[in-house]
Every structure is written in structure tokens, then in C-alpha cells.
Design a protein around this ligand. Structure first.
Ligand SMILES: Nc1ncnc2c1ncn2[C@@H]1O[C@H](COP(=O)(O)OP(=O)(O)O)[C@@H](O)[C@H]1O
Ligand SMILES: [Mg+2]
Length: 304
């Protein structure tokens, strides 16, 4: 008999709509293939939904805060039902760009230079600090969002306006801007699944470039890189996946500039929407959407 799958999607993060879309795509594909599916929000009804539906496995299609950062994983451990993707600790570490970048650096994985800003020094001192460490433009971003939400490329003129715009975070990252190419790598278990290059028509790979087909971001697969370079970026993604302790499928986001790869972040719950990259990389490798989902379900476990 085919398994019963409870899909967790929606949630309270700024990536709620993307998560609903990921959940819907996964649900459609599973239903088409004879699975019993129930979609649930990670809200107060979750426990009731689990008790009534009695799923064999939970597909975590949440993105961002509370879904990808260890919080929901802690709750899921309680039910003793296998759930997909990374566990509590790896999710928490990967979601925090400051902590994960420190781990990358310790393990000799190149990542853009950065510091965190706590809104605690005056503008003049901040300018001095930026100019001491790197130069403009810089990238300003939250430590624990996704989908490019509140990521800004800033120059000396607009940085204070931008910092003010996102001061609700209280702590943000100021990062060296890396030009060049945008390359993302999917890891599946302990295997290098493949890479894809994104060529946004917009200034960078922002929310619209990611999710609006009309933004016409070019997806290039296979990536045009010499074999050795391609293997270098695939190996770096696998190394990041392993040192953070990730499970299942992850997607690592890189910039490639001056023959060097810079790891921006590792995503423990990559999107599965129609424009999402992991399904596209998998398809290129001959792994259909349903095969990818079935692999993720099989890999699910508790106590990670
Ligand atoms: N240091 C950087 N240099 C150049 N572009 C960057 C940098 N950091 C982020 N970006 C751009 O912003 C996008 C989103 O940044 P990322 O760190 O991956 O955060 P998110 O978790 O929101 O995806 C990247 O894919 C890239 O296009
Ligand atoms: Mg990213």
C-alpha cells in the first residue's frame, strides 16, 4: 500500500507563499502517484491533524523562520514520525548565516567577508568600519531569512536608509559584495547531485528574479565550467552539507568570481516550486519530480 504523507506548509515566515506553493506541487505529484496526502499548517491543529490522519511520514515543505530553523523540527521529534530534511541542530545552524559562515571559515570554505551590525555604533564609525574591512558596494541582509527577503546591495549613499528600513531585525549582516556568476549546487544524501547557473536580468537574484517567470532569469544547466572547477564547487557544497550535519537534500548558493567560489549559504529545505532549482537539477540528472520526492520521503527519519 502507498504511504500516507502529511505535508507541512504555509507557516509564519516571510516565505509563507513560497512554502504553500512547494507544498502544493509536492501534494499534486504524490496524489498523481497514488499516495494519500494531507496538507497541514504548522499551527495549533497540527497535533490533531497528525492524530486523525496517522501519516507514515511528514514532508516538511516549510521555508524560513519556524520551519527551516530547528523550531518545527523540535516539535516533530515529539511525534516519533519520520520527517523530511535536516534535523533540529543542522537546521538551526544552517539558518543562521552568522554561525554557518563562521563554521565555513573554520573549515576553509571561502565565503564573503562580513561582520554583524547591532545598530550600536554611530554612522560615521560604521562607515569607517566598512571601509576598513572592504569597500562599497556591500550587501546588507538579515541573518535568518531566505528567498532574498530584505537582501540589499548598498552604496555609501543609501546604506543608512536601508539599515533603517530593516532595523526590526536588530542584528543584520554586512557583507562584502562579490560580483561574477551565480551558481547553486544540490546535494542529495552524500551525493553531488549537480549545479545550475542563474543569470538574472534584474540587478541580482532577488525575490522577483527567483519566483516571477516574467523576470526572465535564465537557468543554465549544465553549467559552463571546466570539469575540475565544476567538481570543486560540487565538493565544496558536499563538504558544507557534511560539516553542518545536514540530511536529505540541500542547496548551496555560491558566487563565482575571479576563478574562486564563495559560499553564501546552505539551504536545508530547498524550494520545490515550478521555478525551483533542486527539481530542475534532479530532472537534468534523469531523476523525475516523483522520484526526487520519493527519495526524500525514504530518507526521512527522526532523531537526526
Ligand atoms: N555577498 C554577496 N555578493 C553578491 N551578491 C550577493 C551577496 N550576498 C547575497 N547576494 C545576492 O543575494 C541573493 C540572496 O542572498 P543569500 O545570501 O543566498 O540569502 P537568501 O537566504 O535570502 O537566499 C544571492 O543569491 C545573490 O544574488
Ligand atoms: Mg540564497
Amino acid at each position: 500500500m502507498k504511504k500516507k504523507v502529511l505535508i507541512l506548509s504555509g507557516g509564519i515566515s516571510k516565505e509563507r507563499l513560497i512554502s504553500l506553493d512547494t507544498g502544493l506541487q509536492v501534494a499534486k505529484e504524490l496524489k498523481k502517484n497514488g499516495y494519500k496526502v494531507k496538507i497541514s499548517e504548522p499551527d495549533n491543529n497540527l497535533e490533531k491533524n497528525i492524530k486523525n490522519f496517522k501519516p507514515n511520514v511528514i514532508f516538511n515543505a516549510l521555508h524560513g523562520q519556524f520551519g527551516e530553523d530547528g523550531y518545527i523540527q523540535t516539535i516533530l521529534e515529539r511525534f516519533n514520525i519520520p520527517y523530511t530534511h535536516s534535523g533540529v541542530i543542522a537546521s538551526a545552524i544552517a539558518m543562521d548565516k552568522e554561525i554557518s559562515k563562521k563554521i565555513f571559515i573554520k573549515n576553509k570554505i571561502k565565503t564573503p567577508k562580513f561582520f554583524t551590525y547591532l545598530y550600536d555604533i554611530n554612522n560615521l564609525d560604521l562607515l569607517k568600519k566598512i571601509k576598513n574591512k572592504f569597500k562599497f558596494p556591500v550587501v546588507v541582509k538579515p541573518l535568518n531569512e531566505g528567498s532574498s527577503v530584505n537582501v540589499y546591495i548598498c552604496n555609501e549613499k543609501n546604506i543608512f536608509r536601508i539599515l533603517n528600513l530593516i532595523k526590526q531585525y536588530k542584528k543584520v549582516m554586512i557583507e562584502e559584495f562579490i560580483g561574477g556568476r551565480e551558481i547553486q549546487v544540490a546535494i542529495m544524501g552524500n551525493n553531488k547531485l549537480g549545479a545550475i547557473e542563474l543569470k538574472p536580468k534584474r540587478r541580482f537574484y532577488d525575490y522577483k528574479a527567483k519566483y516571477n517567470a516574467s523576470a526572465k532569469t535564465k537557468h543554465i544547466i549544465p553549467v559552463e565550467l571546466p570539469k575540475k572547477k565544476l567538481n570543486e564547487v560540487l565538493s565544496t557544497a558536499l563538504k558544507a552539507h557534511k560539516i553542518i550535519g545536514c540530511k536529505g537534500v540541500t542547496r548551496s548558493d555560491f558566487k563565482f568570481y575571479n576563478e574562486k567560489f564563495y559560499l553564501l549559504e546552505i539551504n536545508t529545505q530547498p524550494g520545490m516550486t515550478k521555478l525551483s532549482l533542486v527539481p530542475e537539477i534532479a530532472a537534468f540528472k534523469g531523476i523525475s519530480f516523483i522520484k526526487l520526492i520519493e527519495w526524500i520521503l525514504k530518507d526521512a527519519s527522526t532523531k537526526k
